[in-house]
Design a protein around this ligand. Structure first.
Ligand SMILES: C[S@@+](CC[C@H](N)C(=O)[O-])C[C@H]1O[C@@H](n2cnc3c(N)ncnc32)[C@H](O)[C@@H]1O
Length: 245
């Protein structure tokens, strides 16, 4: 997963407002007294959040499973990306906060996977440190239901069409998003096609509270990612703020 997709990742999300997201996360961290400190980022992708956070004086270590994404995550002063799996990573040191942004925790679909990620976050935090992440929120997923989506864009000599076809597994709190991507080279007319399936889990608050408590966290906040609104049936991306007790 993400290896074929990674080639087009930054193009597909060129309109995603990473700067606004980083401003939101920075404000959140500052509110809890950890502005400009040491961060561990789970599932750091191509490093867009990490590099922007480093520009705000944080020191960020990203952990990323896809070798192709790691290869695209250019290091910058204050940001580095290491290859690793967030279910098993053991860096042998602690941080002021663990971040996991853009639904990375929702990619952990099995109970053991999510429990392992919460445990690894706790192990890498100082007492009182924060675990901040966003996930698909069950009330919104079930109320709105994922739909087939088509995304088209043109950039860097490519015309890209991405088809996203969701398949709901209601008893597993899971949606398998089946992507088909067509990339047409505008100079040669050659079309590359590939498919990838991204299994996504959605979570309810009581479920997240159980996971948090079992891993030694207390919940400080739960709100719509980016807007800070109270969570509800229109909150697809729920932001959780947990503190290691
Ligand atoms: C939607 S992308 C988000 C990337 C980045 N956080 C961003 O906002 O652009 C999800 C990322 O999580 C990574 N990922 C998912 N499960 C992982 C795991 N168990 N260990 C490490 N990385 C993982 C994927 O490889 C992918 O790069």
């Amino acid at each position: 997963m993400f290896d074929a997709y990674s080639r087009y990742y930054d193009l597909l999300y060129q309109d995603k407002d990473y700067a606004a997201e980083v401003a939101y996360v920075d404000a959140l961290l500052q509110r809890h007294g950890i502005g400009g400190r040491e961060l561990l980022e789970f599932g750091s992708g191509t490093g867009r959040h990490g590099r922007l956070l480093a520009e705000r004086a944080y020191r960020v270590t990203g952990i990323e499973r896809s070798a192709a994404m790691v290869a695209r995550a250019q290091p910058s002063p204050g940001f580095q990306c290491l290859a690793g799996d967030i279910r098993t990573v053991q860096l042998g040191r602690t941080f002021d906060a663990v971040l996991s942004l853009f639904h990375v925790v929702s990619y952990q679909v099995g109970n053991a996977d999510v429990q392992a990620v919460f445990a690894r976050a706790a192990e890498h935090l100082l007492a009182g440190g924060l675990f901040v992440f966003d996930v698909w929120y069950s009330p919104a997923v079930l109320a709105q239901r994922p739909a087939v989506r088509i995304k088209r864009l043109a950039a860097d000599g490519l015309e890209i069409t991405r088809l996203a076809e969701p398949h709901l597994l209601p008893n597993a709190n899971r949606v398998d998003v089946n992507y088909t991507l067509f990339a047409r080279d505008t100079a040669t007319g050659a079309v590359a096609t590939f498919t990838e399936s991204h299994p996504m889990r959605h979570f309810s608050l009581p479920e997240l509270d159980l996971l948090a408590e079992a891993a030694g966290f207390e919940r400080l906040g739960a709100e719509a990612f980016l807007t800070g609104a109270p969570p509800g049936e229109d909150t697809w991306g729920l932001c959780l703020v947990l503190r290691k007790t």
